[in-house]
Design a binder for this molecule. Structure first.
Ligand code: URA
Length: 272
């Protein structure tokens, strides 16, 4: 970078550098590679190019943590672009649906027996996959996405993403059984990790777990003598939606996607 001016000609110790944002603009304008930021934003649904230029001019867009200037180019594979601190989901075409799965629908992408599947309840294109699994008899929130990396992180045990359930069981649960549910229950695949458990009314439990074992909540309750009669998932990590009726779905908003990404450790390289 050529010094812009000096306040003491001939004295290189007093060189005045141009402001950082000007240096950034100059550097990125020199980059032949990359796409113009407003084009990338527009392609990700942030509005027309003009609207996206306004977002940039208003200093609401950052690239790798630095406020972006008009003319900035970005490498869509490597740069982290955020609007108001929200990642733009730089890979085009990623979608995130939150579904309230009804009873009787199965959590697979296709069923050889022809039963109704969760993917039939959301748009066909682009193709999405359920993140984790709810039993056919379980209701409640299920995330579906084509973001394989995020799906992998959300189901990876190392991240321990919380899932919260409202559980109707047979009989009122006594203190000893509640304590066992909280501290860990011996199942045939090992003792469960500590769980958050409360009983808002007799026979209704609120259980939060961060493991993802097969039929875990049903088996835990059965093991303490209280078979489950109704099971509803009301939260997945940061995601809740009490207004979504069974069978309804909606897209996550950018803040929700951001919170999900944060819940699994942020924008780090993919978990293997
Ligand atoms: N635990 C269960 O037992 N079933 C589910 O569907 C989810 C958690």
């Amino acid at each position: 970078m050529v010094p812009a001016e000096t306040d003491a000609p001939g004295d290189s110790a007093h060189v005045v550098e141009p402001p950082l944002w000007e240096q950034w603009a100059a550097r990125s304008a020199e980059l032949p590679q990359g796409e113009r930021l407003q084009k990338v934003l527009s392609a990700r649904g942030w509005g027309s190019r003009r609207v996206c230029e306004d977002l940039i001019s208003a200093a609401r867009v950052t690239v790798n943590g630095e406020v972006a200037v008009l003319g900035r180019r970005v490498d869509v594979e490597h740069d982290r672009v955020e609007v108001d601190g929200v990642p733009i989901g730089i890979r085009p075409g990623l979608v995130y649906y939150l579904l309230n799965k009804p009873v009787g629908v199965i959590t697979t992408a296709s069923d050889p027996q022809g039963r109704r599947t969760v993917v039939e309840l959301v748009p066909d294109e682009p193709r999405v996959y359920p993140v984790g699994r709810l039993d056919v008899a379980t209701e409640g929130l299920l995330l579906l996405t084509n973001d394989g990396d995020l799906a992998h992180r959300l189901t990876h045990p190392s991240h321990g993403v919380e899932k919260e359930y409202l559980v109707e069981v047979e009989g009122a649960v006594a203190g000893g059984a509640l304590r066992r549910l909280r501290e860990g229950v011996a199942l045939d695949d090992g003792v469960t990790a500590p769980a958050k458990v409360s009983q808002p009314s007799p026979g209704v439990l609120r259980i939060t777990i961060h493991e993802g074992r097969n039929r875990q909540v049903r088996r835990m309750c059965e093991a303490v003598g209280h078979p489950v009669t109704r099971l509803v998932r009301v939260r997945v990590g940061p995601l809740r939606d009490a207004a979504l009726r069974p069978g309804e779905w909606r897209e996550l908003d950018p803040q929700e996607v951001k919170h999900l990404i944060e819940a699994v450790g942020g924008n780090r390289p993919p978990v293997r």
